[in-house]
Design a protein around this ligand. Sequence first.
Ligand code: HPA
Ligand code: MG
Length: 220
Amino acid sequence: MAECVPSRATGMEGGIVIKDDWPGYSLELFTYPEHYREDIESVYIPHGVIMDRTERLARHIMDDIGDHDMVVLCVLKGGYKFCSDLVEFIKVQCRNSNKHLETRVEFIRLKSYLNDQSTEDLHIIGSQDLSVLRGKAIVDTGKTMKALLKHVEAFEPKMVKVAGLLVKRVSNVVGSLPDYVGFEIPNRFVVGYALDYNEYFRDLNHICVISEIGKVKYKI
Ligand code: HPA
Ligand code: MG
């Protein structure tokens, strides 16, 4: 399925690399909502693997953040599962290491995709008064992330860090990479774990590859 390589730029871990030829696991190996049976092709990243990787990211964040309190900015809607699980792991690790770290959660909503294509329009809805940033589920060209960071800088935060569960391998990269990356994946459209296709599939626990039937069925 994958390997983990350090990022060339920073020497830090750039996420678990999922290779171009990874087809995903057969649907027969896992459970998923029955109503999506024909709409997904394979389980690309199982829920358990997402959770284990997120736990590790929480550890990296704790190591870097020290004793600073933080404001977590969750990028809706696609980032809500990742953000919620990441914050939970941070809280558990705090309790286990007797740290007193205050975490506040703010939400912002972004919308830039129609069907499986990125549109030119980026809508930012919500949130003021920010000091630290976290919790975006997916980064492809980095265009959205760049616009969002510009928006956040206006609030003059002391420190800004970005966590992304998925980073896509694309040639037209605009912004920089997140500070914490869960997985680096090929440039293909995935759904589940709060990632949608026209608002469908957010209720799927695994990250999956959508089928042609699914694409047509939920197209608008
Ligand atoms: N899936 C769902 N939403 C997205 C994706 C994706 O692969 N890329 C950007 N937004
Ligand atoms: Mg979406």
